[in-house]
Design a protein around this ligand. Structure first.
Ligand code: ZN
Length: 221
């Protein structure tokens, strides 16, 4: 599947991490390698969990979505990654409860918090997004079962990008296309139902609001 723009955004993300005006020191190099490894690990998390989707934005970095709702983003600056988390969501609460993993909190003036992501924090985040319970922590927010009609992470990412680019338009099932409010849950839908042989490919996957997906599911029976 050709996702030309996506490749560019990934390259831009990495390039923002590389200090421009001086030679790259050994430490910087190690950190950049850790960041690249971190991105690869996040992609594996996405493959394993139908509710977690990551999407690159040229302006902000890597957005983190849980069930289609943005919960934060990872911003590259020259040399470091920063995690921005919107206040009052599960990730923000989890980090507050695990402060020892995120000591370098940089408070920001608006509605989210920002943390510096060191190598240890990368490990913690990978564990968190992959739903591995930490010894000290309670059950992960990802403890739900895997979706039976499993859709690969990069396909969900592409469908989510299209949905966001359209201004959160749901095509509508039995009703007109409509805008889905930020806080409302979305679901990934097989345009031709999976039960009728519809494949898990980009051209057959779309985003529907939860209501429309229920309507569609009910009419298929
Ligand atoms: Zn809808």
């Amino acid at each position: 599947m050709a996702r030309y723009g996506q490749t560019y955004k990934v390259a831009e993300f990495i390039s923002k991490l590389v200090p421009r005006k001086r030679t790259i020191l050994k430490n910087d190099q190690n950190y950049i390698h850790s960041c690249i490894n971190f991105l690869m690990q996040l992609d594996l998390c996405q493959e394993d969990h139908p509710f977690v989707t990551f999407s690159f934005s040229a302006a902000d970095g890597l957005w983190v979505y849980y069930k289609g709702e943005s919960i934060g983003f990872i911003k590259p600056t020259q040399k470091y990654l920063f995690l921005h988390v919107f206040e009052k969501n599960h990730l923000s609460k989890k980090i507050d409860a695990q402060k020892k993993h995120f000591q370098k909190l940089v408070e920001t003036s608006y509605a989210h918090k920002q943390w510096h992501i060191g190598v240890n924090e990368m490990d913690w985040l990978v564990d968190y997004f992959s739903g591995r319970p930490r010894p000290s922590g309670k059950q992960s927010f990802l403890s739900e079962k895997k979706h039976p009609r499993y859709i690969p992470g990069h396909i969900r990412q592409a469908a989510l990008d299209d949905f966001l680019a359209s201004g959160r338009q749901c095509p509508g099932v039995g009703i007109m296309p409509h805008k889905v409010p930020q806080k409302e849950a979305i679901e990934f839908d097989h345009i031709m139902p999976h039960s009728e042989g519809g494949p898990n490919t980009y051209s057959n996957i779309q985003v529907l609001c939860k209501k429309c997906n229920r309507t569609k599911g009910a009419s298929a029976r």
